[in-house]
Ligand binder design. Structure first.
Ligand SMILES: *[C@@H]1O[C@H](CO)[C@@H](O)[C@H](O)[C@H]1NC(C)=O
Ligand SMILES: *[C@@H]1O[C@H](CO)[C@@H](O)[C@H](O)[C@H]1NC(C)=O
Ligand SMILES: *[C@@H]1O[C@H](CO)[C@@H](O)[C@H](O)[C@H]1NC(C)=O
Length: 361
């Protein structure tokens, strides 16, 4: 009898250690107790301030704030373990929230101008108040592929790094145009992000910010040919427009720009039957994202939109269906530069402004 109890107790203790210790290993630590972890971090990411005491201390403060945020986000995570978003130390965990926002956010500046345009109105194909996205997906499963990933067709270019240039609006839109041109011509070509950074007007202001729909509107209005990346290389700084009037390149034939909040089935349909879309998002909680599916703690309010990404596919096969989003913060971010966002709840505001494009090659 005693042996039996000891055995159960033993298992219980092992389980507790496995479950509890990893989750609370930093949460209960004081700031000073986190210093060895910071030293490890500085070594691992080969930080340039290794030997600068002033900056070292400042970065340590930001690092501690990140550790607290990581613990809070991980502890509040729910749902199946294998689907949860995972947060941890990244190469930008030593930035303050202000620096992070300054460098990586506020580059998408949503404009509602196109809402007045009758061609680009809100979709009338709402999922409806009682039509949960999962019911819609189940209903459509027979006709809709369960998994779409344009990368697998070799039609998505490598992940780029916008560095200190706030041109997410250009990276995401040009990314979608590259794939659309690839579908038409059969070959993937890198298109020039720098050309639209330098040339696009209509409220787009290069590395200081812009908007995916205003860019498409400008490209269509001016009938601009977007040159290849090798013809007009990336400089990640504002420059004088050097696009040739008679240049050959990829042009916009038409585009859609819709508020699809409550109508995400339409986003899936577009990705499956047309191609990738560019979307505006709120990326404030992405600083320490490592992988998994973001399902919580990411406001979808239009006022919180501050970034833009390209949705290159989706996956409905698992317990938590998700979009595959291509970011422009380099390959070191998230899952080789990508991030998974849950379908159906306007997570991070991704359904507020959804743009698809048709091109002339
Ligand atoms: C670490 O960074 C320094 C410059 O700050 C560089 O010279 C060195 O090669 C880097 N080491 C590694 C392993 O990346
Ligand atoms: C150390 O870092 C501080 C703060 O970033 C900077 O102002 C200072 O110039 C740095 N000192 C050296 C020697 O690099
Ligand atoms: C484009 O125009 C320039 C002069 O503005 C000319 O030198 C060039 O040959 C033209 N290129 C093509 C492809 O027509």
């Amino acid at each position: 009898m005693t042996k039996w109890w000891n055995w159960i107790l033993g298992i219980a203790i092992v389980c507790l250690m496995l479950l509890v210790i990893p989750l609370t290993y930093t949460g209960s630590k004081s700031k000073e107790e986190l210093r060895p972890l910071f030293d490890e971090y500085v070594e691992k990411f080969n930080k340039s301030y290794k030997n600068n005491d002033t900056e070292y201390e400042m970065r340590f403060e930001h690092f501690v704030a990140s550790v607290r945020e990581i613990d809070a986000l991980n502890a509040a995570s729910r749902g199946p373990e294998e689907c949860r978003a995972k947060y941890g130390l990244t190469h930008i965990s030593d930035l303050s929230k202000e620096e992070f926002a300054e460098i990586h956010l506020s580059d998408e500046q949503p404009h509602r101008r196109w809402h007045e345009n009758t061609e680009h109105h809100r979709s009338s194909e709402d999922d409806g108040p009682h039509n949960n996205i999962y019911i819609i997906i189940r209903r459509k499963r027979a006709t809709m592929p369960l998994k779409v990933d344009w990368r697998e067709k070799g039609l998505v270019g490598p992940v780029k790094d916008q560095g200190l240039c706030g041109a997410c609006w250009a990276f995401s839109t040009i990314g979608a145009m590259e794939t659309m041109a690839g579908i038409k011509s059969g070959t993937l070509k890198s298109l020039s992000v720098q050309e639209v950074i330098d040339c696009a007007g209509l409220g787009n202001v290069g590395c200081s910010g812009g908007d995916i729909c205003l860019l498409l509107d400008w490209l269509l209005m001016t009938n601009t040919a977007v040159q290849t990346e090798s013809e007009y290389p990336l400089k990640l700084a504002n420059g004088v427009c050097a696009a040739k009037k008679n240049a050959t390149g990829v042009r916009v034939a038409k585009f859609t720009c819709d508020d699809l909040v409550g109508a995400e089935a339409k986003i899936l349909e577009t990705i499956a039957t047309h191609g990738p879309v560019a979307v505006a998002v709120n990326a404030l909680t992405w600083q320490n994202y490592l992988g998994g599916i973001i399902q919580y703690h990411c406001s979808g309010a239009p006022i919180d939109l501050n970034h833009a990404v390209e949705l290159v596919g989706y996956d409905l096969t698992g317990e938590v269906p998700y979009y595959i989003a291509k970011n422009s913060w380099g390959k070191g971010f998230g899952i080789d530069g990508y991030i998974n966002l849950a379908i159906g709840t306007n997570i991070c505001g991704l359904a507020n402004e959804v743009a698809s494009v048709d091109v002339i090659v």
